[in-house]
Each structure stands twice: as C-alpha cells, then as structure tokens.
Design a protein around this ligand. Structure first.
Ligand SMILES: [Ca+2]
Length: 288
C-alpha cells in the first residue's frame, strides 16, 4: 500500500513515460493549493493502464483562479484504461469556473470501468459543475467509455452530473447506480442537453451505445472505500462483466494479468458473485 497525504501542496501520481502500467492497491489522497489543474492520478502518456483496487481522491483545494479542473483521475490521451474495484473521488473546490470531477477521460482512449465508485466533489461559490465522469474530444477520435456495475455520484454543485459527454464521446452504461446529492443529470455539452435520469439515455442520443439495468438510488456505503450495507440496492443488482471485456480480455498477452480472474473478486479479495448476482461498486457484500 502506498499512501500520500499532503496538506500543503497537491500531490499527483503522474504517468508520463508511455508503455504499459499497472497500479494496484494504491491509495493517493491529494489536496491543498494548485495553480494548475489538480489531480490525484494524471496520465500524460500510456498505452495500456490497469487500475486495480486503488483509491484516488481529492480532499479540498483552494486553487485560486482561472479555468482549472479538480479531478481525481485524469486519464490523458491515446490510452486503453481498465479500472477494477477502485475509487475516484473529486474534492471540495471553491473557485468559480472550476469543475470537480471523479474521472476526466480524453480523446483516443478506450476506457472500461468495472465494479468501481466514481464521484464528483463539492463545488461551491458559483462553481457551475461537478460530475462523476467527463469525457472529452478536442480534435482526435472520440473516447469510448464503458461503465459496468459501478456507482457514479455527481457530487454537489449548481449543476451536478452523473456523466458529462462532450463532443461525440461514446458511452455504454450497464447495471450502474447513478445518483447525485442535488440534480441528477447526464449532460451533453455540444448540444446543451441534460438527461434527467439514466432510464432516458438510450432514447435521446446516438452517443449512448447502450444503457441498461441502471438506476438512481442511495448506494448505502458504510465507508469511504465503498463497502455496502446489507440493505443496499446495489447488492445483487450487477451483471456478469465478463461479456463486456472485449479487447481487454487478451491483456494477459501484454500485462501478464488474467482480467477474467481479476473481476471475479472484489477489492477485499472476496469472490464475485456472492449470492445470485454481482454487486455494484468495489465491494461484494458478504455476511460477516
Ligand atoms: Ca452479490
């Protein structure tokens, strides 16, 4: 376990070298002042990146000016990203024109999120947006984002969003719990369209390739790592993610990991599924 917990300066795990990267059982808590964009994990260049059983979070930042984003995980461009049983949590920001994001996903990326918890933070003092996930395209091929068995929390802001899709980003959302403390919304930036709940996604956009089995309910977490209460609506509400692995199923050739084996356990190492179905989030509920 690696832990970084600065109080004066923002800290970032910054992946710049390219190549294949495995981040496993890593906890990074970042906060403090940042004159540039703040992230707990920033990927500038990577080919393939596995984020397994990790916890990236922003606590609080007082970044003071300009168009900055505060993001727990910034995936960078041109990467294949697989996130399993992990947490990305945006923090408290006080600056106007700032977004508080769980994950920022850029163009030319393929991203698959399984059994994770991704949440925006709290944006106050006229900050307009918070979101669990924002996927952007500037000039390259649009990113495609698949999210399965995960909890997305939009956070708190004038407009809090489950997911922001900007300029042709593609979304596949399956058996996930999307909720927000204030407005629950999917926002398509190019058209300024706000979809009020996950059940409306497929009906309104060519940018949503699939949206099934999703709902908006309090997941009833019992701690910051996403353990579930027995009464949580996320218990047995997931689906078998194996059928969604696609190109990620052959990563044993590249990273030496058996992805099918990794997704068969929760972040505590407990087997999935327990009971009739997979649970949603990093934890598979089991009786103590
Ligand atoms: Ca279960």
């Amino acid at each position: 376990m690696t832990e970084l917990d600065p109080t004066k300066q923002p800290s970032t795990v910054d992946i710049r070298s390219g190549g294949d990267v495995i981040l496993s059982s890593m906890s990074v808590v970042s906060g403090g002042y940042g004159g540039v964009e703040v992230a707990a994990l920033r990927v500038t260049s990577a080919w393939r990146m596995l984020i397994l059983n990790c916890d990236f979070r922003i606590t609080e930042t007082d970044a003071d000016a300009g168009q900055i984003d505060v993001t727990a995980i910034d995936t960078g461009r041109r990467a294949d990203i697989l996130m399993i049983n992990s947490t990305a949590s945006g923090g408290l920001v006080r600056t106007p024109t700032t977004l508080s994001l769980g994950m920022k996903i850029w163009e030319e990326t393929h991203t698959l999120v399984i059994g994770s918890r991704v949440e925006g933070g709290q944006a106050i003092d006229a900050s307009p947006y918070a979101a669990a996930v924002a996927a952007y395209t500037i000039r390259g091929p649009a990113p495609d984002v698949t999210i399965i068995n995960s909890v997305l929390n939009g956070g708190e802001a004038a407009q809090s969003n489950g997911i922001i899709l900007a300029y042709a980003a593609l979304l596949q959302l399956v058996n996930s719990d999307v909720w927000a403390d204030s407005i629950d919304c999917f926002y398509y930036w190019g058209w300024s369209v706000c979809w009020p709940n996950p059940s409306t996604l497929n009906q309104t956009s060519i940018f949503v390739t699939e949206a099934v089995g999703n709902f908006s309910l309090d997941p009833q977490f019992t701690d910051d790592l996403g353990h579930l209460a027995e009464t949580s609506p996320c218990v047995d509400a997931g689906t078998d993610p194996d059928v969604y692995l696609g190109e990620f199923s052959d990563w044993s050739n590249w990273l030496g990991v058996d992805v099918a084996e990794l997704i068969a356990h929760d972040r505590d190492g407990d087997p999935r599924p327990h009971g009739p179905a997979w649970d949603i989030g990093p934890d598979e509920w089991t009786p103590q």
